[in-house]
Write a protein that binds this ligand. Structure first.
Ligand SMILES: [Mg+2]
Length: 274
């Protein structure tokens, strides 16, 4: 698996128009010799005081909402809504409301999914989180998916307590476990929700160098404010708009880990005060 990851190495600031990045690099270099823009991206990555990770198709291989829809028996209908939303053609909150009105997931269906179709971590993401933890860089999961499905992922990544490391939507249920709705006060339930979630983090903890990593249009929205750096992740789904807008685009977490490894002996990173 790792060998395949290294083949998909992409240096900072690759663009969709650059044909050298259209295919995996056959000779990956863990210590790239960056041009000035790359150097800035590398510096920001190495000196981040907070890293926020998208979950669906970034931390995890699946789109959690699609899997839950499948469990609810309405997979194809909801998948088409998800694809439209993630490509930036539909406001997120409209797509969320539409999908949930089709799915109407009960508490039992959520439990069924966690039991039978639990999310699969992307290759190397656990190593990336471990590396950041070793550098005392706080990591948060910021998702337009559902808290009930994402907190177990945070637990698996040892981001504890999970509830404090997750920004996501919350499903609401009636007393009998039937679907009641979702918490519309969560910032991630609305368009522009991810930038708002990151702003809250900056306000609460005083972070000054937040890095966002994700695959979707809603992740790209976090840059340039409040995220100082946006790293596009195309290891699961490669979206042209995200690839073009990213400061750094990767198809594996390996170059991000390598950049920190390379840095560990020559750059001091001060742990943030929480
Ligand atoms: Mg995503």
């Amino acid at each position: 698996m790792e060998g395949d990851d290294r083949k998909s190495y992409a240096a900072p600031h690759c663009t969709a128009s650059d044909p050298t990045h259209a295919h995996p690099n056959p000779n990956p270099n863990p210590n790239p010799n960056p041009n000035p823009r790359n150097a800035r991206a590398l510096e920001l990555w190495r000196t981040a005081d907070c890293v926020c990770l998208d979950v669906d198709s970034t931390v995890c291989l699946e789109e959690g909402i699609d899997v839950l829809a499948d469990v609810c028996g309405v997979g194809p209908q909801v998948a088409s809504f998800t694809a439209t939303a993630m490509d930036g053609h539909m406001p997120f909150h409209e797509a969320l409301r539409a999908r949930l009105s089709i799915m109407r997931p009960s508490l039992q269906r959520v439990h069924d999914m966690l039991r039978d179709r639990s999310p699969t971590l992307s290759p190397l993401v656990a190593e990336l989180v471990d590396r950041l933890r070793a550098r005392h860089v706080p990591v948060f999961l910021v998702s337009g998916g559902f808290r009930q499905l994402i907190e177990p992922v945070a637990t698996e990544l040892r981001l504890l307590p999970a509830c404090r490391h997750v920004f996501a939507n919350t499903l609401l249920f009636n007393e009998d476990g039937s679907y009641r709705g979702f918490d519309e006060s969560e910032p991630t339930s609305r368009a522009g929700g991810k930038p708002e979630a990151l702003r809250r983090l900056a306000c609460t903890f005083g972070f000054r160098r937040i890095v966002m990593i994700g695959d979707g249009a809603t992740d790209l929205e976090t840059r340039p404010d409040p995220a100082c750096l946006f790293i596009g992740y195309g290891g699961v789904a490669r979206r042209p708009k995200v690839e073009q807008g990213a400061d750094w685009f990767v198809t594996s977490f390996r170059p991000l880990i390598d950049a920190l490894e390379y840095d560990c002996n020559d750059v001091a990173v001060n742990p943030p005060e929480e």
